[in-house]
Design a protein around this ligand. Structure first.
Ligand code: ADP
Ligand code: G6P
Length: 472
């Protein structure tokens, strides 16, 4: 098999096995931050992406996409249930997001997690050429760095966690906490979204494994593992270019007209996930309607909530509750042809998303906890005329970089209502400098800057960087 000098390993491949009937294969961006971040980066970089194609059973063989080779790792239906839905998304995901839903612990899930991580490590070992750089992504694969180092000590191994890394008092709940930490320490460099996460990790390593650790490095045997914050970003130039296209501007105008040419459009775009604060946001909006602070003819809320992890009970319960609440609010406050909330569960292409961002006077991004939240950054990038108010949760990683947003605590209902009103009523003289500052930040700190800073830390400024186009 052909091998690569750069191998990216992520549970999800950027495309799935639904190749078109004529055999043609397009990059299909599944909704989710990881694929959104890595897709623009790798499109023009010679690399192999090791990942899962989204189904169960034997691994389909996917064609290369541009310069990227797809190496699929199969999941059986037991792996899907116990690794993906189980340990990854019902143990680690809720635990890492402040336990906003109760994490579940089952020994069978841990066995599946080990088994699938082993399979990923073996596939990666086969795909990497001598001395290659391997970049492992996210919480599904925390054991891969250690397993891979055993198989291939010649590799340069990086690990990046897209989600928050929790404080010790939460992480200590995990029955297999020592193994997970040791797995990550197989890497040469461990990247987090925020410095606080690196700090949490260092504390845990010192406490659980009794290793010497600072917020920048950990000593393991005869090696030093570096740790640090590398906040992920978006292809700012691509989103700005899309949003500036005449057809997208025309589409935005049309959308506004179809929404009834209201005075204010509020937009939210989320995966249907209990970390996103959708229910709290709906409650705040409903109370503002009930008190008359917001009126349906003047203001509309567009809530895009694309279903996610649909067989997991907590996700099913959330979807039912959200849909019941949207129905109740529309029943109570809507009029014929004038719903209070436009609720959409479809995946959209990038141009349609850009048009939605352009039409939104207020973008409400209010997760209870989020590693970064790329939707917030996409909105800023799309506001090419420096208008628009971003209402942003203090608990999104993005808040550390975008202090000019209207920041709110989504757990505080009154604060959330007040934040929403402030954003709706904001004076353009206040909105414009805030948006301009955020756009400038994202122009400098785009996805290429992220990859450059991570890969140069991992590879000592090595040759891979020549494949990354300059920040545009
Ligand atoms: P998460 O990774 O938790 O889903 P992020 O906000 O970081 O949250 O990333 C979500 C990504 O998914 C963004 O790039 C966003 O544009 C994309 N996305 C969300 N909803 C949709 C949708 N309905 N259609 C297409 N893309 C979507
Ligand atoms: C978050 C995770 C990603 C994941 C994405 C979509 O962004 O950090 O690893 O790919 O959500 O979730 P899914 O379960 O559909 O892959």
């Amino acid at each position: 098999m052909r091998q690569s000098s750069l191998v990216v390993v992520a549970n999800r491949l950027p495309i799935d096995d639904s190749v078109a009937p004529d055999g043609a294969c397009e990059w299909r961006r599944s909704p989710g931050g990881l694929v959104s971040a890595l897709h623009p980066l790798l499109r023009h970089t010679p690399a192999t992406w090791v990942g899962w194609a989204g189904g169960t059973g034997p691994a389909p063989s996917l064609p290369d996409i541009g310069s990227v080779r797809m190496r699929t790792v199969p999941l059986s239906s037991e792996d899907f249930r116990d690794h993906y839905e189980g340990f990854a998304n019902s143990t680690l995901w809720p635990l890492y997001h402040d336990a906003v839903e109760q994490p579940e612990y089952h020994r069978r899930w841990w066995e599946a997690y080990q088994r699938v991580n082993q399979r990923f490590a073996e596939a990666t070992a086969e795909a990497a050429e001598q001395g290659a750089v391997v970049w492992i992504q996210d919480y599904h694969l925390q054991l891969v760095p250690g397993l891979l180092r055993e198989l291939r000590p010649d590799l340069r191994i990086g690990f990046f966690l897209h989600v928050p890394f929790p404080p010790p008092e939460l992480f200590m709940q995990l029955p297999r906490r020592a193994e997970l930490l040791r797995g990550m320490l197989g890497a040469d460099l461990i990247g987090f979204q925020r410095a606080q996460a690196a700090h949490n990790f260092a504390q845990l390593v010192a406490k659980v494994l009794e290793l010497p650790a600072t917020d920048r490095r950990v000593g393991v045997d005869d090696r030093v593992v570096r740790i640090g914050a590398f906040p992920v970003s978006i292809d700012t130039a691509e989103m700005a270019a899309l949003a500036g296209r005449p057809d997208v501007a025309a589409r935005a105008q049309r959308l506004r007209h179809d929404l009834g040419d209201p005075g204010h459009v509020i937009l939210s775009v989320d995966r249907m996930d209990y970390t996103k604060g959708i229910e709290q946001r709906l409650k705040a909006y409903s109370e503002l309607l009930a008190s008359g602070h917001v009126k349906v003819r003047d203001t509309v809320l567009v809530q895009v909530a694309v279903p996610s992890r649909e067989r997991v009970t907590q996700y099913q319960i959330l979807r039912d509750r959200v849909e019941r609440e949207v129905g109740r609010i529309n029943g109570e406050f809507g009029r014929v042809g004038e719903p209070a909330i436009h609720y959409l569960t479809q995946p959209f292409d990038r141009a349609e998303l850009a048009a939605l961002y352009r039409v939104a006077d207020v973008m409400a991004v209010t997760p209870l906890r989020d590693g970064m939240n790329l939707v917030a950054k996409e909105y800023v990038a799309a506001r090419v005329d420096d208008t628009g108010a971003l209402l942003l949760s203090e608990f999104a990683g993005a808040a550390a970089e975008l202090p000019q947003a209207y920041l709110v605590n989504p757990h505080d209902l009154e604060g959330l209502k007040q934040g929403l009103l402030s954003a709706l009523e904001a004076d353009p003289a206040d909105v414009t400098p805030r948006m301009r500052a955020m756009r400038e930040h994202l122009h400098r700190n785009d996805i290429r800057a992220w990859a450059r800073s991570y890969l140069s830390a991992l590879d000592d400024g090595g040759s891979l960087l020549t494949h990354l186009a300059p920040t545009g």
